[in-house]
Design a protein around this ligand. Structure first.
Ligand SMILES: Cc1cc2nc3c(=O)[nH]c(=O)nc-3n(C[C@H](O)[C@H](O)[C@H](O)COP(=O)(O)O)c2cc1C
Length: 157
């Protein structure tokens, strides 16, 4: 595809409204977090979810190596956290309030849902890896989610 076609494809894909998550794990260099909207449910029995990480991501190896990770679904008021974890240094947890799972994975307080996962399968796919996890624990609350649509943040009407 030409550069323009790639941009057109990105724009078209951006018409698919999503929630926003921060995927966390405990890497060799400490706690990691990366903003991701590629999260999707896969199966209820067994309970499987997936997300995709870019091969160029600086924290790729931490997630490929991680036995456990968590999907933190951000609330409407957590846009600053999304921007924070979309920076290149995903190890920056200083100044960020977080809890820790029994497996040492950072959990973001006040998210609208949280899925604690054990890595189940990794798939090398184009310029990303698909990471599939088995949900071992989860919680949700009644708060409003943060949304991403057309390349920008938005909220439920
Ligand atoms: C709303 C939003 C969704 C994103 N979704 C993903 C995603 O699903 N997978 C991914 O690898 N990067 C995603 N990114 C980009 C990463 O958060 C991060 O900015 C990017 O990986 C650059 O840092 P890195 O090269 O150190 O990883 C998303 C960014 C934003 C703002």
């Amino acid at each position: 595809m030409t550069e323009e076609e790639v941009l057109d494809l990105r724009r078209a894909l951006g018409k698919f409204a999503t929630g926003v998550t921060v995927v966390t794990c405990h890497g060799a260099k400490g706690p990691c977090g990366i903003t991701a909207n590629s999260f999707s449910s896969v199966s209820l029995e067994p309970p499987l979810v997936l997300w995709n990480i870019a091969k160029v991501s600086h924290s790729l190896q931490a997630y490929l190596d991680a036995e456990y990770f968590a999907i933190n679904v951000l609330a409407a008021g957590q846009q600053a956290l999304s921007s924070h974890f979309a920076q290149s240094d995903h190890t920056v947890f200083s100044g960020i309030d977080y809890d820790t799972s029994e497996h040492g994975v950072p959990l973001i307080p006040d998210s609208v849902a949280c899925f604690e996962c054990r890595t189940h399968q990794l798939h090398d796919c184009g310029d990303h890896h698909i990471i599939i996890g088995v949900v071992e624990r989860f919680r949700s609350n009644a708060g409003q989610p943060l949304l991403f649509y057309n390349g920008d943040y938005t909220l439920l009407a």
